[in-house]
Design a protein around this ligand. Structure first.
Ligand code: PLP
Length: 386
């Protein structure tokens, strides 16, 4: 029998997050700051609207594009981030995950380059590789705020890249971009004639400022594919619902893939998403306020024994563990015996070495215990060194 598996997959490791968490799923004593998932239930009014839609018999395919009312709601919702679009520019996807896949496959030809600032969300590099593209990894560092700057893009543009994937607020670092910083990125993108894949899934979870979409900047609307969804802000991860707002030529390409590989996003989730956008903003505010409270508590507590910048968005802290002398992987493994699971920074690329990602989408009570256990672990490392 010949080779039965796509050779590309040999280049793609299993997700560093799942790998780690499959290991500990059986251990009840461990507090997991691992998987990036809200600990809230989907707000009741959203669940209720889904139940009601099922009672009314909404179980059939929708249009490939998604339900028009939802596309309208998304188009007007995005005005809040300075983006004007028509419902016809909106495609409903099965989560941002599908949005990323069909965008990347929709724009790339084999061998074309895509700039990806590292550390980055786990799916960006594999999806580019699966589309036979060429990921150009641009390291960012704590010293430059884990952000990509004008020079980084220009310096990595020979040979030229077709696109850049920008995720902000960022998973794993929690940093986000100000309007001024995005303008700098936009200048380079225009100069180098590139497309931006803008993953804004954590837009609503921005704490001390308002989220700005790069698509709202001068000259950018024709260059940006916005990807967003309901998983994080509305605690709807398992419902698998997201959307893309894209220029018409790119949207046409994305729709072609979507209609053959997905047909449409789940109808129940689309019904829930309509309710989320119509009546969900108070619940989003409540969850954001709670994450914010936890963010301040947990990051301040981490700084008692590690060094950690205050994240500006999402629900992740990304402390440095360099002082301990351990690698990210070995730190995370050893910390397990103190009853806390975190993700090694290296799950998000080589530049994540020396860091761990801790999700604070867990209760305050658990965060307190986790911080105490982490402090005890750091104390034990210090004692071993003496
Ligand atoms: N993009 C980022 C930055 C994420 O952190 C995640 C999930 O963790 C996703 C996309 C996938 O989101 P979805 O549940 O909408 O597929």
């Amino acid at each position: 029998m010949g080779i039965r598996i796509n050779k590309k997959l040999e280049e793609i490791p299993p997700s560093g997050i799942r790998k780690f968490f499959d290991l500990i799923s059986t251990r009840k004593d461990i507090i997991s700051l691992g998987v990036g998932e809200p600990d809230f239930y989907t707000p009741w009014h959203i669940r209720e609207s889904i139940i009601y839609s099922l009672e009314k018999g909404y179980t059939a395919y929708t249009s490939n594009w998604g339900i028009y009312e939802l596309r309208e709601a998304i188009s007007s919702y995005y005005k809040k981030f300075g983006v004007s679009s028509s419902p016809d520019d909106v495609l409903i996807t099965t989560g941002v995950s599908e949005g990323l896949d069909i965008t990347i496959r929709g724009i790339l030809n084999p061998g074309e380059r895509v700039i990806i600032p590292e550390p980055c969300y786990v799916s960006y590099i594999p999806l580019v590789k699966l589309a036979y593209g060429n990921p150009v990894l641009v390291p960012t560092s704590e010293e430059t705020g884990f952000k990509i700057h004008y020079e980084d893009i220009v310096n990595h543009s020979d040979p030229p890249s077709k696109a850049i994937i920008l995720g902000y607020p960022s998973n794993p670092t929690g940093v986000t971009y100000s309007k001024k910083e995005l303008e700098e990125v936009a200048d380079a993108v225009i100069e180098k004639d590139m497309i931006v894949i803008s993953d804004e899934i954590y837009a609503e979870l921005t704490y001390d400022r308002r989220h700005v979409s790069i698509a709202s900047l001068n000259g950018m609307s024709e260059r940006v594919i916005i990807l967003n969804g309901f998983s994080k802000a509305h605690a709807m991860t398992g419902l698998r619902i997201g959307y893309a707002i894209a220029p018409s030529d790119i949207m046409e390409a994305m729709l072609k893939i979507h209609q053959y590989c997905m047909l449409c996003a789940p109808v129940s989730a689309q019904m829930g998403a309509i309710e989320a956008l119509k009546n969900g903003s108070k619940e989003v505010d409540k969850m954001r306020n709670e994450y914010n409270r936890r963010r301040k508590f947990f990051v301040n507590r981490l700084n008692d024994f590690l060094s950690c910048q205050m994240p500006e968005g999402a629900f992740y802290a990304f402390p440095s563990i360099r002082e301990t002398g351990l690698s990210s992987e070995s730190f995370s493994e050893k910390l397990l015996s103190y009853g806390v699971a975190v993700v090694p920074g290296t799950a998000f690329g080589k530049t994540g070495e020396g860091y761990i990602r801790c999700s604070y989408a867990v209760s305050m009570e658990k965060l307190k215990i986790a911080a105490d256990r982490m402090e005890e672990f750091i104390g034990s490392i210090a004692r071993e060194r003496v």
